[in-house]
Design a protein around this ligand. Sequence first.
Ligand code: FE
Ligand code: FE
Ligand code: MG
Length: 164
Amino acid sequence: MGTRGREIVGEHIDRVLELLNKAFADEWLAYYQYWIGAKIVEGPMKDAVIAELLQHAADELRHADLVSGRIIQLGGVPLTSPKKWFDWTNCGYDEPENPFVEKILEQNISGEQCAISTYNSIIEEIGMKDPVTYNIAVQILEDEVEHEEDLQSLLEDLGVIINK
Ligand code: FE
Ligand code: FE
Ligand code: MG
């Protein structure tokens, strides 16, 4: 780990690591929620929805990778047990008990809205105390904003089909 790179974060390191590990737990749970949702989803426009869910799953896994990379750079340890994801998560896990496409989309939209709020508050809190983590959080926030929009558009298109 780079000593000067850690020094500039200074006294804020513990809090930054806490925020990062909480986000790390969220990303894994979001990844799995999308991944399993893509396997079980049923209903109209299924193929388009599966493609979007799988793309988002891949993005969430990439986010977990970015976040864990920063944790390690700062001398921390990413959560090493999936059991800890539930203790650390901000956004939780919304089990897709109902495989109907509309329900799956709604659950994932709520998840994205939570992710947007979470990264926005990380960005506000960290600010220039840690520009590197700030930049990672901004990159991820951009993706989460796009995810919400993608899912809401799908839900809108689906509404046209269901209600006609
Ligand atoms: Fe994410
Ligand atoms: Fe997302
Ligand atoms: Mg997308």
